[in-house]
Design a binder for this molecule. Sequence first.
Ligand SMILES: *Cc1c(COP(=O)(O)O)cnc(C)c1O
Length: 366
Amino acid sequence: MTGPSPKDWINAIHPYVPGKSATGSGARAAKLSSNENPLGTSEKARAAFAAQAAGLERYPDGGATALREAIAKRHGLDPARIIYGTGSDEVLHQAAGAFSGPGDEVIYVRYGFAVYDIAIRRVGATPVIVPDKDYATDVDAVLAAVTDRTRIVFIANPNNPTSTFTPRDEIARLHAGLPEHVLLVLDQAYAEYLEADEDDGGLALAMSAPNVLVTRTFSKIFGLAAERIGWGYAAAPIIDAMHRIRLPFNVTIAGQHAAIAALGDEDFVNRSRAHNAKWRAWLTAEIDKMGNAGLRAIKSKANFLLVLFNGTITAEQAYNELMARGYIVRWLPGQGLANGLRISIGTEEETRGFAAALRDIVGEAA
Ligand SMILES: *Cc1c(COP(=O)(O)O)cnc(C)c1O
């Protein structure tokens, strides 16, 4: 018997591989594999979430009105031009689905976010992967790849898994070089980890340009990864097209209320950013000390480090040894980074413990 055949382009998808949550031995482990907030979640968001347990029989507000208004107020945006999704992953899928299909090309940079390739192939479009520049976005390479068939360019800024940042003038140059029929998606999942003067100008571009979509998430600095809430901002016709394929009621009611409360808790966000900056700098310096063992940390602007292993110890060996010691990190062979480990910045205890374990593994003296 032969069952239904998936589309060829569906068969070409490599399924997303999430970070591991357990070591397999059952021992308590530090999960540094998914870029979650080590400080947890704002208590205000937690309380707002819990308060929604009384109305589980009701559908949520499918228009996410209060959430859009809160986001608009926080960033000075037009609430009518905010789209929302089950995580910003859904918003990325909405963009690919509304603006590309079979015969179309969609560009992303090598070592770009893993979801882009899936979102592109899912709708039958063709991914065009352009070279990076020392793990960062190469604007010239992106512009050189644009053809009449290009429909979308996906850029994560900062990028995951490389942690690199494309500054404002480069984003402006990229946008200026794109034809207006090409949608520039600026995925700012880690934007809140940047300092105020590091704004890449994406939201300002999305306010004025007809072809820029900025996406954000509540999963990272806001500590609401479990609830799956993301949003996007673009010109009205872009948002209108995305709404046509958005699943009805795609953001839960508890998630909407938790996100509104999280937006209002600036103290939690500021503490999270400061914690990250401090321990990211500390861990980067620790990795630098392991340079003679062939380790190199890419300069990070996010809440994780990409560490390259070019010495005798391989990334795979380090990954397995770290796992055995209770530190779960992300090894990325599926993304062409078989020599790289991505390590989320954890609590102080986790970060110190991770560094000590890694030092031990690579045989460096403390
Ligand atoms: C984590 C992440 C996202 C989205 O996560 P959601 O939980 O789906 O909102 C999007 N882009 C990048 C680059 C990420 O790292």
